[in-house]
Design a binder for this molecule. Structure first.
Ligand code: ATP
Length: 328
């Protein structure tokens, strides 16, 4: 079957996420294998606006599936928010014969892709963000690695926290979305998980819970705090003053973003990359590759961006129940 596009481009945009390299490899090898040329675009939309474009061959993606970050580099590009920036990006695509573009990133990056679609470029998005905060898909590249990195670090803090009979506040990434906090808190059996979606900022209640647990015989208390709530260090001071129990804050920070992707991120990245090429080959545009109800699929960018994600409150409640129903 003849491809609808002869040349495609690939870029990564927004925050880097483990698994992006697997997706790049998937795009490059699937395209070349079907006679489609591939141009790599460095530094996200910046690379399109400032013409940082190069030919990619199969060997260029050797030895990257296991690497975190993105070999194409990524950037936030404010110029893409302007009509002039979008026009320049579209012109660069035309100059290089890029008829189809694969954009690996989050919701913001998909908005940029949608703008390019309005200028005649066929675009397909791949969800790549550690935050899991894209509504149209149940999976985003990087989440699995990030949450397991956080979990491993929390386990380590827990060992020392239990030994010293402390309260530990561990701040994990997630400015607007609490999925990393929910999952890593659940997986580490944390006593409290503070999520931007549901935390009521009632610190008295939190303190009562710590005191109550101590009375029940629990010798440590782990609080997972999402970045969106923040203030972990000052919170620790207030808790220590109110309870008299030594309280420490640990902010995990960027270490959660990096590192070698899990098998799941590598496999899903590869499949999503490959599927994105097939959509372009078939003449599709303005699509996002998604994972839903156990299947890889795709959806319209406008519909995907308009969707609202329902936060799984029941998962939070189960975690809370299991860590609270403790008697010595
Ligand atoms: P992450 O989840 O890691 O933050 P993201 O893709 O949502 O990823 P953003 O910073 O929101 O990250 O967007 C990345 C880039 O996409 C922006 O720097 C900008 O270049 C482009 N972009 C964002 N919003 C728009 C928009 N409304 N129109 C055009 N381009 C946009």
């Amino acid at each position: 079957m003849e491809s609808a596009v002869k040349t495609i481009g690939v870029l990564t945009s927004g925050g880097d996420a483990p698994g992006m390299n697997a997706a790049i490899r998937g795009v490059v090898r699937r395209a070349l294998g079907q006679g489609i040329n591939v141009k790599g675009i460095s530094e996200g939309y910046d690379g399109l606006i400032y013409d940082k474009i190069f030919d990619m061959q199969a060997k260029d993606v050797s030895d990257i599936i296991q690497r975190g970050g993105t070999v194409l580099h990524t950037a936030r590009c404010p110029e893409m928010l302007t009509e002039k920036g979008v026009l320049r990006a579209a012109e660069t695509c035309k100059k290089h014969g890029i008829e189809g573009l694969v954009v690996i990133g989050g919701d913001g990056s998909f908005k940029g892709a949608r703008e390019l679609a309005h200028h005649g470029i066929n675009v397909v998005g791949i969800p790549g963000t550690i935050d899991l905060d894209i509504s149209c898909t149940e999976y985003t590249l990087g989440f699995d690695t990030a949450v397991n990195t956080a979990l491993e670090a929390i386990d380590k803090v827990r060992d020392t926290s239990a030994s010293h009979e402390r309260v530990s506040i561990i701040e994990v990434m997630g400015r607007h979305a609490g999925y990393i906090a929910l999952w890593s808190g659940f997986g580490s059996g944390a006593e409290d998980i503070l999520l931007p979606e549901i935390y009521d900022y009632d610190e008295e209640k939190l303190i009562d819970h710590i005191i109550e647990n101590r009375k029940r015989g629990k010798t440590h208390h782990i609080i997972i705090n999402a970045e969106g709530i923040g203030h972990s260090t000052s919170m620790a001071k207030r808790i220590e003053a109110a309870t008299g129990i030594e309280t420490r804050a640990t902010i995990l920070g960027y270490m959660q973003r990096g590192g070698s992707p899990t098998c799941r991120d590598r496999m899903y990245g590869s499949i999503m990359g490959s599927n994105a090429v097939d959509l372009l080959r078939d003449g599709k545009s303005n699509r996002i590759v998604i994972f839903k109800e156990g299947q890889f699929d795709d959806c319209d960018i406008d519909e995907g961006l308009a969707m609202k994600k329902e936060f799984p409150i029941n998962q939070y409640e189960i975690s809370r129940f299991l860590s609270s129903s403790y008697t010595k």
